[in-house]
Design a binder for this molecule. Sequence first.
Ligand code: ACO
Length: 402
Amino acid sequence: GLDISALLKTTGTVTLDTGFTNTASCESAITYIDGDAGILRYRGYPIEQLAERSTFLEVSYLLIYGELPTAEQLGEFTNKLGMHTMVHEEMRRFFDGFPRDAHPMAVLSSGVSALSTFYQDSLDPFDPEHVEASTIRLMAKVPTIASYAYKKSIGQPFLYPDNSLNYVENFLRMTFGVPATPYDIDPEIAKALDMLFILHADHEQNCSTSTVRMVGSSNANLFASVSAGVNALFGPLHGGANSAVLEMLSDIEAGGGDVKSFVNKVKNKEDGVRLMGFGHRVYKNYDPRAAIVKKAAQDVMNRMSGPDRLLDLAMELEEIALADDYFVSRKLYPNVDFYTGLIYKAMGFPTPMFTVLFALGRLPGWIAQWREMISDPSTKIGRPRQIYTGAAERDFVALEQR
Ligand code: ACO
């Protein structure tokens, strides 16, 4: 009942909350997290049940439209996505302009941003048909753009989507397939990737999602808002953590596999080094997604490549950290990305693609949050205040007197 913002306005008070550790930016009915208890639910459904029994498209529908789809609704959603997987032919050429060693996240965000130029008939945030069209186009085209970003980086031709395949299989084929050559999809691998996408699909007001909402609060269109979210995810403290974990593990291995001395380095904060894939702003307990991913990592490794030295190192790191007072006292546990990179590597993805995979998974969450924001009459343009710490008033000094 207390209108805090009205109160702050009348008292002239401004709160300083760097990093928004304790400030809610919105009300939301999408995702529930209890960080102390390690609970995550999408629209009320526990993440463990969704990971085990649902599919990524079903979960996307749930997040975006609020309820699990009926068989008919799911069929319709799947068909609509199938009709929009291709990107405009001119857009394919857009990729030619980037250097080959461009990071695929940079290519992805540019590609998503470019959708505003190619699909100008779906940009009005207040026209439900436009919102629906941009929703379907994003869900359908982002996997295509993501695979093209990868193909570009290895100098291979792009593959057109094959809509007889399911969402994840189609993405795998466009990424790893070669034109005019049959590509055998391992259904277990497709299923594991589908499950990882489910785990990443939403996480309430994280950095990238808050960015999507912030940009959208100016009534920017969905493509523009989501491309900003991709850029926010690019950073190593957010989506970039999954590749940073693998780089960390590889460095430890290259240095002889001395996990204990690495942990000491982290504890002594030498060169600001952190245990990547550990810690979370909200979870002060085991990230429920990390527990699911850890098991999947063991399964995928067994299937793909047999015992893996980096997986052993990761488990040793986890064990040492969870028994160490530095990590225990700060409530630092593995987050979702501690083990995902190992799975992606075993699937054949190069490290820079890991964060792109996170973006593919997070996409329905960004869309759902943007739609909730735009349809909420209480939404106002995001405009934080500040505490000014600069110079007091002073007089201008002419150039020749400085
Ligand atoms: N390794 C070592 N120490 C850490 C770590 C870590 N991974 N994370 C936090 N700490 C320490 C900090 O040094 C700080 O210690 P201090 O009180 O002695 O200064 C304390 O724990 C609190 O850390 P903050 O940085 O204040 O916590 P914050 O909530 O701001 O940061 C974050 C959360 C960014 C996730 C942080 O834990 C981190 O950098 N982790 C590594 C990167 C990572 O894995 N990111 C992925 C996040 S999940 C996701 O995007 C899916």
